[in-house]
Design a protein around this ligand. Structure first.
Ligand SMILES: [Zn+2]
Length: 64
């Protein structure tokens, strides 16, 4: 079982460039893409971000 620890991850809006930074529990086995996936999933579910395959939009931009 890989060790888990909190890591600060930033997601940037592709439209306006604003970023949202939170601590996420990651595993030492996770690669960078997997870790970013945790952050994007959280923002989509909890913060109203629009997250698509190659597009991250903050709540303000996603309503445009
Ligand atoms: Zn934005």
């Amino acid at each position: 079982m890989a060790e888990q620890y909190p890591k600060q991850i930033a997601v940037f809006c592709d439209e306006c460039g604003t970023d949202e930074v939170h601590d996420y529990m990651v595993s030492e086995d996770d690669d960078q893409e997997t870790r970013l996936g945790y952050a994007r999933k959280y923002l989509a579910e909890e913060k109203g971000w629009l997250i698509q395959d190659n597009l991250d939009l903050c709540p303000e931009c996603s309503f445009c």
